[in-house]
Design a protein around this ligand. Structure first.
Ligand code: HEM
Length: 127
């Protein structure tokens, strides 16, 4: 699927958003080398379904500085409850439809998953 990158057109994190964050969810994603370009393009054209969720403050996708290291998808929330509500929502599925379709297609073709993820949650201890 063709996707267009338009990162420079995206709005920046709203002023003061990070100061309000009490809860942070970090998804660590290892990508197969052949999938990296597709992965980056999915994010720079991301669905933005999450942007409308109450309590969602900001997110960043961090690209590793060294080859073979994982990407980090960092999301900032007002509270854990707000985060859990997103994980159980239609917006979560909408925001992951293309990613989950790629995983399904690889599985059906008998291939290794193009990416694997581990996620951890954090509370803000200090600023
Ligand atoms: C609870 C676990 C997860 C968290 C906290 C998380 C976090 C996020 C966030 C914040 C977005 C942006 C959504 C939007 O724009 O509406 C996103 C999209 C995405 N996530 Fe996750 N994610 C999780 C699970 C996964 C898993 C299991 C995978 C794959 C193994 C994955 C791969 C991706 C990809 C490739 C996108 C871009 C999708 C697109 O725009 O087409 N995520 N994720």
């Amino acid at each position: 699927m063709e996707v267009q990158c338009h990162l420079e057109a995206l709005p920046s994190i709203a002023a003061g958003a990070l100061e309000r964050a009490g809860f942070v969810a970090i998804n660590t994603i290892h990508c197969q080398p052949h999938y990296q370009e597709r992965f980056e393009c999915l994010f720079c054209s991301r669905v933005r379904a999450i942007d409308e969720m109450p309590g969602f403050l900001a997110m960043q996708v961090l690209k590793p500085g060294a080859e073979g290291e994982p990407y980090l998808v960092v999301s900032y929330w007002e509270s854990e409850e707000r985060f859990q509500a997103w994980v159980g929502s239609e917006a979560f599925l909408a925001g992951h439809a293309r990613a989950f379709a790629d995983l399904k297609a690889a599985k059906e073709a008998g291939q290794e998953p193009p990416m694997t993820s581990t996620f951890r949650t954090y509370s803000v201890l200090a600023r």
